[in-house]
Design a binder for this molecule. Sequence first.
Ligand SMILES: O=c1ccn([C@@H]2O[C@H](COP(=O)(O)O)[C@@H](O)[C@H]2O)c(=O)[nH]1
Length: 286
Amino acid sequence: MLRCSQKGQKCLPNFLTKPLKEDLAFTNNYQQRWSVLKKINRRGKSPLFLCLGGDMKPEIIVALDFSDFDDGKNIVETLDKEITFYKIGLEAYLSIGEKLIDYLVSKNKKVFLDLKFHDIPNTVKKAALAAAKKGVFMFNLHIQGGYDMIKETVAAVKSINSDVLIIGVTLLTSLDENYLNQYNINFNNSADYVLHLAKIGREAGLDGVVSSAKETPLIKKHLGEEFLTITPGIRLATNNIDDQKRVVTPKDAKKMGTDFMVIGRPITQSQDPKYTVKLIKEELNG
Ligand SMILES: O=c1ccn([C@@H]2O[C@H](COP(=O)(O)O)[C@@H](O)[C@H]2O)c(=O)[nH]1
């Protein structure tokens, strides 16, 4: 049973021992929170692995899709205390590399390394081991890379760092049913295909999946609250959807119960990124 959740208060399972409660209540260090919650989970007790606090979900991860270090740094400085989580994807990693990760870690920010590994098991395992040593809190791979690829990677990485979260990409949010038809993938709709991939990912030991927030309720229903959903394709009603197809507003993503919203251009390309984050937070709290 959970003692949830007046707005602004943390929600804590009431079976927690006092020291664990104190750890959870008084730390804003997410890595520590995960460590504590994982301990509970290992004892098979946690019904809500990521119930970090009713006031905290969903967290915003800002996608730093830049090729220039200073552009990324400016956003991080502008958003300062507003944002803890940042995503480094292919563009930033290949153009800027370690420098941006090191900068974020030095600022106590949490880094999601979004390189979407997809290769044979041995190659992905080795790449993932390298990723897990970079101080990132989360990285990802494509579930379509296969069960063995995922399972071997999870086993290798968790044996050196059990805290790093390993997440599987399901169907990219830039795709929809047209892709399933074009590639002759025999599912009626995106949600069923996403759930199918998520089930394979969970079975192979992943901590969660990347999907659209549209699929979050289905994933949580079948795979449990503790299985994380990381959801890009977030757009305010006034935003251009760009190349995204399965889009959801921040307000709806919260309603769907998503854990993390990944937001790039609506924040980083806006006239006033700090004001846009304020608008998103107002929408979440409204
Ligand atoms: O299915 C996916 C997986 C990853 N992404 C990444 O998220 C951001 C979204 O950026 P926006 O500017 O908010 O569209 C981007 O870095 C993608 O590589 C995704 O969109 N969909």
